[in-house]
Design a protein around this ligand. Structure first.
Ligand code: HEM
Length: 396
């Protein structure tokens, strides 16, 4: 079985009537708005994948990385010096889809600005650490080239969140369309490279990584997770903001190459899909535990005004004790009590929903501000962190 590609395994599964048995993604097609019979677990990226195979095999990638370093803003012309077929591909995809709604995207940008402290915190400590208990993501991130330097990788990933959260993200002067397109071809390169890694092959439960379903799982760990948390925390979130926030993610996920018919149309649909495809797959792995330690160690290097014990407990608070236990996050019961009582009071006070200022208000305020700064500085470097296409994998 292990030499069968996933596509072949699918055909076999269909023939045997066994497709996706015991796999939570199996039910996807049933709830997906897409045509019956299609399943994003078996969709990768028909436009970018073959192109990146030929770019890698022809040794074009270092030249592309050099040529596109200065290609940053959505309205920048395509850089000179790209191989013609690569330039032609970018010319086709580097634009907003026709269904993108500028009014909603503008509202999403404004929402991101108004809510940036919570968003950065939830993306950084919630989604960021959650990614380490999504086994496929943890294993591919760990064994890809970028896994060897998590500080740099985290900074690049922050770039995605930062560019998405910018006020002009989707406008000509913004950067998000370019960042998303760079990310899309990085993923396409990874689909060709990782299967060549004996380390990845030894631990992977798939033969080609980063399917459309995997990208949707990651979307749920980011957008859907943050949406739920903001609501749980009773942060004012008018319907128009909710819709705009969803729309910005729909556009983002589509720019990463996911066919529109597989993208949830409403938050209710997203939450249903998330319960089906994200929650049941969360589990620790050797790679994920190592990545979480690196990410939290990295965050602890920056002065957030809190101890590592507080940070561990905050992660437990936003992700559950089960995730904290899986990742071996050392307990700090005093910090746990503080987080669980002071944080809800802090949010209510900050949002004007309660007149009582918690004693720890300034400490928590410094914490959220410092985390936001970490994002706004694009990671720890304070400089632009260009996304580059890898040409190999992590060695060991
Ligand atoms: C690279 C974002 C889904 C695995 C990247 C990069 C960004 C990014 C910004 C480029 C920066 C870097 O090199 O680190 C996203 C977003 C996703 C998503 C926003 C979904 C909404 C996934 C999924 C997987 C994955 C589902 C695997 C299951 C990787 C890997 C790299 C990468 C292995 C390459 C790192 C390297 O250079 O070695 N992603 N990603 N990503 N992503 Fe994703």
């Amino acid at each position: 079985m292990e030499n069968l590609s996933r596509r072949k395994a699918l055909s076999l599964g269909v023939a045997l009537g066994l497709v996706g048995a015991a796999n939570p993604l199996q039910a996807w097609a049933a709830t997906s708005p897409a045509a019956p019979g299609t399943n994003p677990e078996w969709i990768w990226d028909d436009a970018a994948d073959p192109l990146m195979v030929s770019m890698l095999e022809q040794g074009e990638v270092p030249g592309i990385n050099a040529a596109w370093a200065s290609w940053v803003n959505n309205d920048d012309p395509l850089p000179a010096g790209l191989p013609p077929e690569f330039a032609a591909y970018l010319g086709r995809v580097n634009r907003l889809p026709s269904w993108a709604d500028p009014a909603k995207l503008a509202r999403a940008a404004d929402f991101n600005r108004r809510r940036d402290t919570y968003l950065f915190m939830l993306y950084g400590l919630g989604s960021g650490i959650m990614s380490t208990v999504i086994p496929r993501e943890a294993k591919s991130v760990y064994w890809s080239a970028g896994g060897a330097d998590m500080q740099d990788r985290a900074a690049k990933t922050f770039t995605f969140g930062y560019d998405l959260a910018e006020l002009n993200a989707f406008e000509p002067s913004g950067q998000f369309v370019v960042t998303a397109n760079k990310t899309r071809v990085v993923h396409a390169a990874v689909r060709h490279l990782l299967p060549q890694s004996p380390h990845w092959r030894a631990v992977a439960d798939e033969t080609v990584p980063i399917s459309a379903a995997d990208v949707l799982v990651t979307f749920h760990s980011l957008g859907t997770y943050v949406y739920r948390k903001l609501r749980d925390w009773r942060i004012p979130f008018p319907a128009a903001d909710q819709e705009a926030f969803l729309h910005s993610w729909q556009v983002a996920v589509h720019l990463l190459g996911v066919p529109v018919e597989h993208i949830p149309r409403t938050w209710a649909e997203a939450e249903r899909q998330s319960a089906q495809v994200l929650t049941p797959i969360l589990t620790p792995s050797t790679e994920g535990i190592a990545l979480a330690e690196e990410l939290l160690g990295l965050t602890a290097q920056v002065d957030l005004g809190v101890t590592r014990g507080f940070l561990n407990e905050f992660v437990r608070y936003v992700l559950s004790d089960q995730v904290g236990d899986w990742l071996g996050l050392r307990r700090d019961y005093a910090a746990a009590a503080l987080v669980r009582t002071a944080w809800p009071a802090f949010v209510l006070f900050r949002e004007g929903l309660s007149p009582i200022m918690p004693n720890s208000f300034f400490m928590l305020d410094q914490f959220v501000r410092a985390l936001a700064m970490l994002f706004l500085n694009k990671g720890t470097s304070g400089k632009t962190t260009p996304i580059t296409i890898p040409t190999g994998n992590r060695a060991a």
